[in-house]
Every structure is written in structure tokens, then in C-alpha cells.
Design a protein around this ligand. Structure first.
Ligand SMILES: [Fe+2]
Ligand SMILES: [Fe+2]
Length: 285
């Protein structure tokens, strides 16, 4: 929740007056604080504000309540908007995105259709879209040259193999399906290397796929791995974080303390190494 000072600063920027007394009246006394934020009291308190501070004061009182609600529930609104867009896009009913990478979007819609045709469920397709969006967001912050189109397509298609199963072989299964569909080699590579942040030859043998090292090599592969794990954290049914920023900030701690998120101790460590590498490219100016 914004502090009293923050509310006063916002009022000052909006009206030229800080309305500090008004914000203190709403926030300061713990005994009355809850009641003074009660939206069913808006008419009663609104009249009081109008009498005491005039129209502008009434507006600042309402704005205070509004800003608090937005801080508390803003992410719910964002989540809902995102899910609606994800679901619409799955069925091919979508408007073009207004901002990044517009020229690539036609390909992405085709890729989404490809997921659907291959038999990927709606839930998994929504996950893939989230990973695609998150991967592009990370890519835009990384100070290194890279292939954004590959990041987007890799993010969207990384779980194509979930059309056939959810085990550790789903990266290779996806790559097989993708090969028959004529997808480029670098996209297939992203599917193969994303599982558990890169299976070792031994883990590959256990998973029943060709015994080799699946370590992600390119920046694009690593970004998809990182985005995939962030999305797992953000949308975890256990609700381990409150925001996307928190998932990034507490990444290492969360993977170390939640075996379900890490999937295995080795995979957890690999994720943390990739996280550190990517963060080092983000922090360098
Ligand atoms: Fe996956
Ligand atoms: Fe995934």
C-alpha cells in the first residue's frame, strides 16, 4: 500500500496541494484505518470530504482509495487481461500486439495454430504463450545481440512435445514433431535443451532419449529456459510469489527451497547458473 507520504506526493503532483491532513485522516490511526478504506462508506465519507475540503478534496479522497485498491489488486486485473488475450489467441481470435516485434507476429499466430493442430492442450498453449512473452521481455533487457524471432518462436513452441506426454522426453518428442513440420533446427534445439535446464547424458538415458549432453548453449536457448522457470514460479498453484518482479528477485531462494519448482537438485542448480548468467548480461550497462 502506498505510504501517507506517497499519497501526499501524488496529490501534490496532481493538484499542487499535498492534502496531507486528509491522507493522514484515512491512514494514520490503526483503529479507524480499515473503516476509512471501506468502499461501502464512500458516500458518507465523500460528503464529509466535500464539506471539509471541497470538490478537489473529495477527488483526492477517492483517488487515495483507488490507488490503494490498484496496489492491492492490480496484478489480478493484469492476470485476467493476460488470460483473456491468451485464450483468444489460442483460437486465433486476436488483435495484433501494438508494441514489440510486430513483423514477426504473423509467424507467431501460425505457430500457435501449429500447437493446437499438434494436439497441445489449451492450458499448455497458454503456458507457451506466457513463456514466449516472458522470454521476449527478458531478451529486451539483455545487453547482447540476439535473434529475437528465435526467442519468440522458441518460447512459444518449446513445449510442443506436450502433445504427446509430460515426461522428461517431451523436449525430444517436440523436436521430432517439429522436424516433420519443417521447423528450423535452432527452434528444435530450444525444445530439446529446455527440459530441466539441459539433461545430462545419464539423465537422457533414464528419460529414454538419445544419450547426449542437452546443455543449452546459445543465449536464445538459455533465455527460454529462464523464462520457462519464471513462468512456473509466477503461476505456481502454491502461489509462492505475489508479482513477476518478486519471482525474478527471489529466483535463487525459491529454487533452493521448493523441490517441486526445481524438479531435481541438479536441475535446480542448472537453472540457478543460467539465471546468474542472464542477470549478468542484464545488469551490465
Ligand atoms: Fe517443458
Ligand atoms: Fe514449459
Amino acid at each position: 500500500m502506498p505510504s501517507i507520504e506517497k499519497h501526499a506526493e501524488t496529490s501534490l503532483n496532481r493538484t499542487g496541494k499535498d492534502y496531507l491532513v486528509l491522507h493522514e485522516w484515512i491512514d494514520k490511526d490503526p483503529a479507524t484505518k480499515v473503516e476509512r478504506h471501506d468502499i461501502t462508506k464512500i458516500h458518507e465519507y465523500g460528503q464529509k470530504m466535500l464539506d471539509q475540503y471541497g470538490k478537489e478534496g473529495l477527488q483526492e479522497y477517492l483517488q487515495h482509495i483507488h490507488d490503494d485498491l490498484l496496489t492491492r489488486f492490480g496484478h489480478v486485473k493484469e492476470d485476467l487481461e493476460k488470460s483473456i488475450q491468451d485464450t483468444l489467441a489460442y483460437f486465433g481470435v486476436t488483435s495484433r500486439p501494438k508494441k514489440v516485434f510486430p513483423s514477426e507476429y504473423e509467424t507467431l499466430l501460425d505457430d500457435l495454430e501449429l500447437l493446437r493442430k499438434a494436439g497441445v492442450s489449451l492450458d499448455d498453449a497458454v503456458h507457451c504463450q506466457r513463456v514466449c512473452r516472458k522470454a521476449l521481455e527478458i531478451a529486451s533487457k539483455v545487453n547482447k545481440p540476439m535473434n529475437y524471432n528465435l526467442v519468440a518462436r522458441g518460447g512459444l513452441l518449446h513445449d510442443l512435445g506436450k502433445a504427446r506426454g509430460r515426461a522428461d522426453d517431451h523436449g525430444c518428442l517436440g523436436s521430432e514433431i517439429g522436424r516433420t513440420m519443417g521447423l528450423p533446427k535452432d527452434v528444435l534445439q530450444i525444445m530439446e535443451t529446455h527440459v530441466k535446464a539441459g539433461l545430462t547424458p545419464e539423465e537422457a538415458r533414464e528419460a529414454g532419449i538419445p544419450e547426449k549432453d542437452y546443455t543449452p548453449e546459445t543465449l536464445e536457448e538459455k533465455i527460454v529456459v529462464y523464462a520457462d522457470k519464471l513462468v512456473d514460479i509466477i503461476y505456481s498453484p502454491d502461489k509462492v510469489v505475489e508479482s513477476e518482479t518478486e519471482a525474478e528477485e527471489r529466483f535463487v531462494e525459491l529454487l533452493s527451497s521448493h523441490p517441486k519448482l526445481a524438479k531435481s537438485p541438479h536441475a535446480g542448480l542448472r537453472h540457478i547458473n543460467i539465471y546468474r548468467e542472464i542477470q549478468s548480461h542484464i545488469n551490465v550497462g
